[in-house]
Design a protein around this ligand. Structure first.
Ligand SMILES: Nc1ncnc2c1ncn2[C@@H]1O[C@H](COP(=O)(O)OP(=O)(O)OP(=O)(O)O)[C@@H](O)[C@H]1O
Length: 286
């Protein structure tokens, strides 16, 4: 382990959270982190979706937010990107308070949300033109960037096709193009590779690697540990509404053989094993 393990005091419930990165810097210590979250809570009725998390994600990294189903990843990303109002807590993105300065923040971020809703009756090309103009980009610049993004994402042949007729993977790619068009500082992606074929996944991956290689920050959620391990250099692990570990990939993985093993140890490997209650399944009585 590269850095000493220490506790953020996160969770609001007194939980000790392994943190493997550098200590939080004061306001005077250089550029702000891509994301800073303090005491973030969200409940849906009785259900606590996010239980008072603290989180600091450094800029310029490829960051994976991982966790089992229902861990609170989508709820967290929604609150961090200004799509869902927190019950309590502070969210800053590149030093700006998301909830007191939503317009300023949103001009600096790109978002590919879960269940992306697009303007179905526009073509892919029209969608990008519309998005670029909404973002306040000059017309010529929008056309230039849109043409390049369509080309890189293999969507040029489909640029005149209506979005409603796009496949799942094509929708992810046009959504990614729309999120990148204004060259955001931080890109948030909820399950960007879900339903995407391996060729398209490789294309998306190439675009994201180029983006982080030139200083952009990617924060994406995923269940696919192999993918996170091969792409990310920083990981945050969520379980039951809390951050259970975060830091550089190698440190979160620590001595485990893989991120998958470290993940199972962190979120409870016993859940992955015991199937004693299913004695009737398969060879049992019908
Ligand atoms: N709008 C909502 N109303 C009620 N409960 C909700 C709502 N959104 C999320 N939840 C609950 O909050 C918890 C966290 O959900 P969330 O979607 O954030 O998890 P997740 O980690 O993104 O899960 P998955 O990996 O399955 O997408 C779950 O128990 C979920 O049922």
């Amino acid at each position: 382990m590269g850095n000493a393990e220490w506790t953020t005091g996160s969770g609001g419930a007194g939980a000790a959270v392994p943190y493997y990165g550098v200590p939080a810097a004061g306001p005077e210590a250089g550029p702000p982190p891509a994301v800073r979250v303090r005491g973030l809570w969200k409940r849906f009725g009785e259900q606590v979706a996010v239980a008072g998390i603290d989180l600091e994600l450094p800029a310029g990294r490829f960051i994976g937010l991982v966790g089992p189903n229902g861990a609170g990843k989508t709820t967290t990303l929604s609150m961090v990107t200004g799509l869902l109002r927190p019950d309590d807590g502070l969210v800053q993105v590149v030093g700006r308070d998301v909830w007191s300065d939503p317009v300023g923040t949103k001009s600096r971020i790109g978002v590919l949300p879960e269940g992306l809703r697009l303007f179905e009756r526009l073509s892919g090309g029209e969608l990008l033109t519309f998005t670029g103009r909404l973002r306040g980009l000059p017309e010529g610049e929008v056309e230039h960037r849109a043409a390049q993004l369509l080309d890189v994402l293999d969507l040029t042949p489909a640029r005149h096709k209506l979005v409603v007729d796009y496949s799942t993977g094509m929708r992810k790619k046009i959504g990614l193009a729309a999120a990148l068009l204004h060259n955001p500082e931080v890109l948030f992606l909820d399950e960007p590779f879900e339903g995407v074929d391996p060729v398209s996944a490789q294309v998306i991956r190439g675009v994201l690697e180029r983006y982080t290689g030139t200083g952009g920050t990617v924060v994406f959620s995923s269940h696919v540990m192999e993918l996170v391990e091969s792409l990310c250099d920083w990981v945050a692990v969520m379980a039951a509404g809390r951050i259970v570990a975060h830091g550089p990939l190698a440190d979160v993985r620590a001595s485990a053989r893989s991120l998958q093993d470290a993940f199972l140890a962190l979120v409870g490997a016993e859940r992955a094993g015991g199937h004693d209650d299913l004695e009737w399944l398969g060879g049992g009585p019908r």
